[in-house]
Design a protein around this ligand. Structure first.
Ligand code: GDP
Length: 306
């Protein structure tokens, strides 16, 4: 991911290195190249506009003109602005004062929520937490079973409406009501002393009102400490509109970028934090449960400019 963007930016800066001082025309040419690289990488247009505006303004200021090595200064500015659009500081999980901490996962079908549930559970278990996974995705055949498989792999228990036998109609004892399942999951976490509850919810292939309503109902029933919006980094420009729809429809506290191991352009995913004002908290980088990382905006920016 981001390999092309990284190459383009690096070669832009290489051209600058041969220059002693930078004229306004040099800076404008550089900013134009940065703009093209970002647009070609699918970064959302408003994000590109504010990003290049900030870079140009700072580059034209004394920061660069008085510097001994102007090229390095420009790289530094681009780096800082990249960190800013990626959310600034690393944001850690908001843990409840009175456990359990409730984490709700939202996103489109196929975004990687169920996989992420297992990854996050494993990660938190490694930190000494005692998570419980809740299967509140009752739309998709096999979603419950899939979470059970993931839970087993992570060594984390799963609260499910009906162990196994997903194909049957009797999702007893809670019927097919994901809100009831989520509530019972929370009650179970309290009685069995799980300090974190991770709730997998249903997705649809596209944004729709029923999906938003269901996620909102679960949110209202649980009053979560975190709502993580999981977004497939490979879906391109749709990432921004989807994120905005979830921000308006359900609301979320943080973003998880999934499938960052793919070779897509990925710039839209880079826009999500900036467009929604919510930080990227985790990145999913493969199908294995260990292919997961806490997202550090500064490290991602350095990786892109490496
Ligand atoms: P959900 O519908 O949102 O619950 O999505 P799933 O967790 O079922 O993921 C959908 C597909 O994407 C599955 O085949 C996963 O194995 C795959 N997947 C999930 N996360 C990643 C990732 O970070 N990288 C890759 N390459 N595949 C992933």
């Amino acid at each position: 991911m981001f390999a092309t963007l990284s190459d383009r930016l690096t070669s832009t800066f290489k051209n600058l290195r041969t220059k002693g001082r930078l004229s306004e025309a040099d800076i404008d040419a550089t900013v134009r190249e940065i703009r093209r690289a970002l647009l070609d990488a699918d970064v959302a247009v408003p994000v590109v506009r504010s990003f290049t505006g900030a870079v140009r303004e700072r580059a034209l200021s004394a920061e660069v003109s008085g510097a001994l090595n102007p090229a390095q200064q420009v790289v530094k500015i681009v780096n800082e602005e990249l960190v800013a659009i990626l959310g600034g500081q690393t944001r850690t999980l908001n843990l409840a004062k009175n456990p359990p901490t409730v984490i709700l996962l939202a996103g489109l079908q196929g975004a990687g929520k169920t996989t992420l549930a297992g990854k996050l559970a494993l990660h938190l278990k490694g930190q000494g937490h005692t998570p419980l996974l809740v299967a509140a995705d009752l739309q998709r055949p096999n979603a419950v079973t899939q979470l059970q498989v993931v839970g087993e792999r992570a060594g984390v228990p799963v609260f499910a409406p009906h162990p196994g036998n997903q194909g049957s109609e009797d999702l007893l004892p809670f019927g097919a009501d994901p809100v009831a399942v989520a509530r019972e999951g929370l009650a179970t976490a309290k009685t069995k002393l799980h300090d974190v509850l991770i709730v997998d919810t249903a997705g649809r292939l596209g944004v729709d009102a029923e999906l938003m309503q269901q996620a909102s109902d679960i949110r209202d029933a649980l009053d979560p400490d975190e709502i993580l919006f999981v977004i497939d980094a490979m879906i391109g420009q749709d990432a921004v509109t989807t994120a905005q729809a979830f921000a308006d429809g359900v609301g979320f506290t943080g973003v998880v970028l999934s499938k960052l191991d793919g070779d897509a352009r990925g710039g839209a995913a880079l826009s999500v934090a900036s467009v929604t004002g919510k930080p990227i908290m985790y990145a999913s980088t493969g199908e294995k449960l260990t292919e997961f990382e806490v997202f550090h905006p500064d490290r991602m920016a350095s990786r892109i400019l490496d």
